[in-house]
Write a new protein. Structure first.
Length: 336
């Protein structure tokens, strides 16, 4: 390895890890070398052969190669030990959201990060999406004025397997948490109270594992601004993630592109013209590419951390409050 190259070890080559691996491999010409590992060894070896990169027998052996950075893309229950393993080795890490299975379980991880000063970027990819970045710029520059109405929606086309949902922490922690995070990042304000309701009109198996298939959260910010945050697993038209910012001076919408999954009821409107997005992979393809590029820059000391573990846990606290509001049927403060 030449001194100028950066080696990234990637652990977990499932749904999202495979995509991150491909995006990292695309940075090869920019000096990135990749090593893969997975608890299911043949899975890592197969992807490594496909991409022409190295595979380590497992996560421990991968840490043994002392990469410059690690990408942790394993299931949620394995995030915390691997983040701590990286922190204690002084290796910068990127970890998929969330930091741990619950906010409580995240606290010892934050403690370790505080003690070691370790660098950990969490995978809230919307912070690297061109549309959300433009919305943040427009709001912060004052172009939109003050916001009287915010509407955020995250609609999956199909539910993931029920086994995944059973361990996901529920719709707020799995899905709406992306909106809670991006809204706090965009406005620079914390959400202080939430009132959430949910419904189950799809597969009854989702209710049986204690989750809802659709939900709306009314979120109140520090200055009293309101946002509605909706999510569903059943959006037949396609994968639809949008944000409407309605201000006293102007209105801006993120995600209203040619592949928007919907149509106008006004007959003369020919929009959208393209094929509807079907998955989060398609909707955020460029944001995921930018996310891996940002992590490499973070490892090289060229960029500030786009999403710290502390910020990600703060969004998880909002999701916890939404889950509690759903369960109790009353508004809940966000406990910090
Ligand atoms: N940011 C996003 O938009 C987004 C989207 C999807 C998933 N995610 C998150 O990504 C994570 C992974 O989700 P997924 O759908 O790719 O899961 P997955 O089940 O498809 O893949 C996980 C992979 O990790 C491997 N693995 C598990 N434990 C391991 C360990 N200790 N060491 C090495 N390998 C291990 C498994 O064998 C599997 O190949 C989840 O935490 C999920 O919340 C984020």
């Amino acid at each position: 390895m030449s001194a100028a190259r950066t080696t990234i070890g990637l652990i977990g080559v499932g749904r999202i890890g495979t995509m991150h691996a491909k995006n990292l491999q695309a940075l090869r010409a920019e000096g990135v070398d990749l090593v893969l590992a997975d608890a299911h060894r043949p899975r890592a070896e197969q992807l490594a052969a496909e991409l022409g990169v190295r595979a380590a027998p497992g996560a421990e052996e991968l840490f043994g190669t002392v990469p410059d950075g690690v990408v942790i893309a394993v299931g949620t229950s394995h995030h915390a030990p691997l983040i701590r393993r990286a922190a204690e080795s002084g290796i910068p890490a990127f970890c998929e959201k969330p930091v741990a299975q619950s906010t409580e379980a995240s606290l010892p991880v934050l403690q370790t990060l505080q003690e070691t000063g370790a660098v950990v970027q969490i995978g809230h990819q919307r912070r690297l999406d061109a549309g959300y970045l433009e919305a943040r710029r427009a709001f912060r520059s004052g172009e939109l004025g003050w916001l009287h109405t915010i509407r955020a929606i995250t609609c999956d086309m199909f539910p993931p397997p029920v086994e995944f949902l059973a361990g996901s922490g529920g719709l707020f922690r799995d899905c709406s948490v992306h909106d809670f995070d991006v809204l706090q990042w965009l406005t620079g304000q914390q959400i202080v109270e939430v009132y959430a309701r949910g419904s189950n009109n799809g597969d009854p198996a989702i209710g049986k594992v204690g989750d809802v298939d659709s939900a709306t959260t009314l979120a109140t910010f520090e200055d009293g601004t309101l946002a509605s945050v909706s999510a569903t697993r059943y959006n037949g038209a396609g994968h639809d993630v949008r944000l409407e910012l309605h201000g006293s001076e102007d209105t801006l919408q993120v995600g209203l592109d040619g592949s928007y999954a919907g149509r106008s009821a006004e007959l003369e409107v020919g929009f959208p013209l393209g094929t509807h997005h079907q998955t989060f992979h398609e909707r955020f393809a460029s944001a995921y590419r930018e996310e891996m590029r940002a992590f490499v820059q973070l490892v090289r000391g060229e960029l500030e951390n786009p999403c710290t573990a502390f910020e990600a846990v703060d969004a998880s606290r909002v999701a916890d409050a939404a889950q509690l509001s759903l369960e109790t049927g009353v508004p809940q403060p966000v406990r910090r």
